[in-house]
Design a protein. Structure first.
Length: 337
């Protein structure tokens, strides 16, 4: 995808969203970056526990060797949010929550592999995809990507950010994997960031999220808007929903995010009990891709799926509570990330 085409698509999404990408000039974003970095240092030194390793097999109770069915394979890519930084137990990470939830819905065991890297930006996705593609057994059945916050705080141009994301999604889809992207979270929910920088952080996050949605849908993937990490709980209860460093989500925050992403992951594999029938009272419908992207960025938990260009399907899937795994995942034959 050319940079010019990416720029045009981002501009269209920004127009639907009520403002241009250019409103956040270099100087403004520089101030935003300094404020975010200061906020991270001012709360617990910006330190969170290392992300626990959650790779392994979930849903072993569904194993039926006589059936000949292989376990579903789930991979997570992205940054510290995808890795699960901020919690101390493997079962509290988004990967473990999604793997156990998918196993329960599909009634099949799920092998999880997480190649996400704390601190990663979108330009690291090529390396992460290469790790998955080199693993024995071929590509995963479904990949979940959570990326974007570090792109905003490190001033990566949106056109460059989504170019890397589009390339990763395209490579995974070409290999036969379903792809679900949790778009850039709302950095305006970080408690130590104050107005007017909180407004600027929210605006930059939403504009990147809309741009991500446009390119992901064009490459055959699906997106789920993470927004304020999925729910008014973050605004109302930031100390409960954020982790010990007030920057990464807490166990409850990750559970909330996983609860919103799980229906789309299951739907991508055809195992979610809901049909694709639109519910008008839930404001679901077919929209131009750019308009759907802007609306999704403004409302957390919204799914956007490609239909027929230039149209996309906007859905608000009913969430299902995701319980933490009660079993310890056993290692699989896949190499460690």
């Amino acid at each position: 995808m050319s940079r010019a085409r990416v720029a045009r698509r981002i501009a269209a999404g920004a127009a639907y969203g009520g403002g241009g990408i250019g409103l956040l000039g270099v100087a403004t974003v520089g101030v935003l970056l300094a404020e975010v970095q200061l906020a991270r240092r001012s709360v617990g030194g910006g330190v969170a526990p290392l992300a626990p390793t959650a790779d392994g097999r979930y849903g072993r109770s569904f194993e039926q060797p006589a059936s000949g069915e292989e376990p579903l394979r789930l991979a997570l890519l992205g940054d510290s949010t995808a890795a699960g930084q901020g919690v101390r137990r493997a079962g509290q990470t988004p990967g473990a929550l999604l793997a156990s939830g998918l196993a329960a819905v599909a009634e099949r065991p799920v092998d999880l592999r997480n190649v996400a890297l704390p601190g990663a930006r979108s330009d690291d996705l090529d390396r992460q995809v290469a790790l998955l593609m080199s693993a024995a057994g071929g590509p995963p059945d479904v990949c979940v990507i959570m990326i974007g916050a570090n792109d905003v705080t490190h001033r990566m141009p949106a056109t460059e950010s989504v170019r890397h994301l589009a390339a990763a999604v395209r490579r995974l889809r070409t290999a036969g994997a379903e792809v679900v992207v949790g778009t850039c979270p709302d950095l305006g929910t970080i408690e130590p960031v104050y107005q007017p920088l909180r407004w600027l952080a929210r605006r930059a996050s939403r504009q990147l999220a809309a741009a991500q949605t446009i390119v992901v849908v064009e490459q055959g993937g699906r997106t789920v808007s993470l927004g304020d990490l999925l729910g008014p709980e973050f605004a109302a209860n930031p100390r409960e929903m954020f982790g010990v460093d007030n920057f990464h989500p807490s166990a409850e925050g990750y559970a909330t995010a996983a609860m919103a992403i799980l229906p789309t992951v299951c739907a991508s594999l055809g195992v979610w009990p809901e049909g694709e029938r639109l519910e008008v009272d839930r404001r679901e419908g077919m929209l131009p891709v750019a308009k759907a992207a802007a609306e999704a960025a403004a409302e957390a938990g919204t799914e956007v799926t490609g239909a027929r260009a230039p149209w996309a399907l906007l859905k608000h899937r009913r969430r299902r509570r995701v319980a933490a795994p009660v079993e310890t995942p056993a290692p699989t034959d896949s190499p460690a990330p």
